[in-house]
Ligand binder design. Structure first.
Ligand code: SF4
Length: 63
């Protein structure tokens, strides 16, 4: 799987960084960035859950 963030949708709320800091971090531009683009196992599940939790639907998951 591959995790990406649509910078045009991300509002910089930082929810994903708080919930899954292993995968997401805040960038200097105030928007979330992906630390681990192809997480495995438990991290992959967390990233998928966070895609559903993101209020802006900015986290994209490609299987
Ligand atoms: S939860 Fe969504 S909108 Fe908020 S910082 Fe993360 S990607 Fe951006």
């Amino acid at each position: 799987m591959k995790v990406t963030i649509d910078a045009g949708l991300c509002t910089g709320c930082s929810l994903c960084v708080t919930d899954v800091p292993e995968v997401f971090e805040m960038g200097d531009d105030g928007l979330a960035k992906v630390l681990v683009e192809s997480p495995d196992g438990e991290l992959a599940e967390k990233a998928k859950d966070e895609a559903l939790n993101c209020p802006a639907a900015a986290i994209l998951i490609e299987e």
